[in-house]
Design a protein around this ligand. Structure first.
Ligand SMILES: Nc1ncnc2c1ncn2[C@@H]1O[C@H](COP(=O)(O)OP(=O)(O)OP(=O)(O)O)[C@@H](O)[C@H]1O
Ligand SMILES: [Mg+2]
Length: 270
């Protein structure tokens, strides 16, 4: 069974794309086949694997924009995942071609809302699909929410990082009206420097506010993530013994445990 997890937060720079990028390496090293969906017109995740020049040269039909036609209708896409240089990791890329479809008020957009969900139902099985969302709650994020089983919210432990979470939670609640089984997998503290008192204080505040929803594993601010990215490899592949790689392995395991627990609970209720 495929598990689909979208990473959302309207806060820019909180580590959504980095987490998708580096988690894919940790999950692949656990033997899981991973499909990454770049839902962000910025195309950061795609550029992470393929480089900016290659991504900019892609036709719209080879990117997630290929879900839509010239009249902004949903097409029956011929879109195929690209094999990345990392074994077991495939990618549906995105680029600026997607920007015109990332409209506000997505819940009023009729069939467009379900384009990604339908597409994911039509393609070959992967163990895990990670969907990287843009820093807003427009059409691309909405499509990802409706196409996912679980939502993961990366949150940096700072004032700006925690602002706007109410709107993110509201978007998840609204998506549940159309997709009742959508599960909030949790909040993950990202880019944390535990030497900083302010980061300690905000981590504690997040745990008080959201309780068990906050994952135990905290993603450290570490240069190893940036160095690995510059080499176009997830840190668990590029530098398997680094602390950063260790944190991705722990996070991947905790995510899988939560997914397993939720699936078990949903089956018991059904
Ligand atoms: N744990 C980390 N340690 C060090 N640098 C990080 C970490 N996480 C992210 N970064 C860096 O911070 C920047 C922003 O990260 P990223 O692009 O993943 O955020 P994002 O949430 O996807 O941003 P956007 O909302 O614009 O899509 C990048 O330069 C990335 O390399
Ligand atoms: Mg991003």
């Amino acid at each position: 069974m495929t598990t689909r997890i979208c990473l959302i937060n309207q806060k820019g720079g909180c580590g959504k794309s980095s987490l998708c990028f580096h988690l894919s390496g940790a999950l692949a090293r656990m033997g899981l086949s991973v499909l990454l969906i770049d839902c962000d017109p910025q195309g950061s995740l795609s550029q992470g694997f393929l480089g900016p020049a290659f991504v900019e040269s892609l036709d719209a039909s080879d990117t997630l924009a290929g879900l839509f036609d010239d009249q902004d209708r949903v097409t029956a896409p011929l879109l195929q995942p690209i094999l990345t240089p990392i074994p077991m990791v495939s990618l549906i890329p995105a680029s600026l071609h997607l920007a015109r479809y990332n409209t506000p008020r997505p819940e009023t957009s009729g069939l467009l809302q379900f384009a990604l969900r339908e597409f994911l139902e039509s393609i070959a099985d992967f163990d895990i699909v990670l969907l990287d969302c843009p820093p807003n709650l427009y059409q691309c994020t909405w499509n990802a929410l409706l196409a996912s089983d679980h939502v993961l919210i990366p949150v940096p432990p700072e004032d700006f990082g925690t602002q706007g979470l109410g709107a993110v939670h509201q978007a998840v609640s609204s998506a549940r009206l159309l997709h009742p089984h959508l599960n909030l997998l949790g909040h993950v503290v990202t880019r944390c420097d535990r030497r900083l008192l302010i980061h300690q204080a905000y981590e504690q505040k997040l745990r008080q506010l959201y309780g068990e929803s906050v994952l135990n594993c905290v993603v450290p601010e570490a240069s190893a993530f940036k160095v690995a990215l510059a080499s176009r490899q997830p840190v668990a592949v590029f530098c398997a013994r680094s602390k950063a790689a260790h944190s991705m392995n722990l996070l991947a395991s905790e995510i899988l445990q939560r997914v397993h627990r939720t699936t078990h609970q949903q089956r018991t209720v059904a």
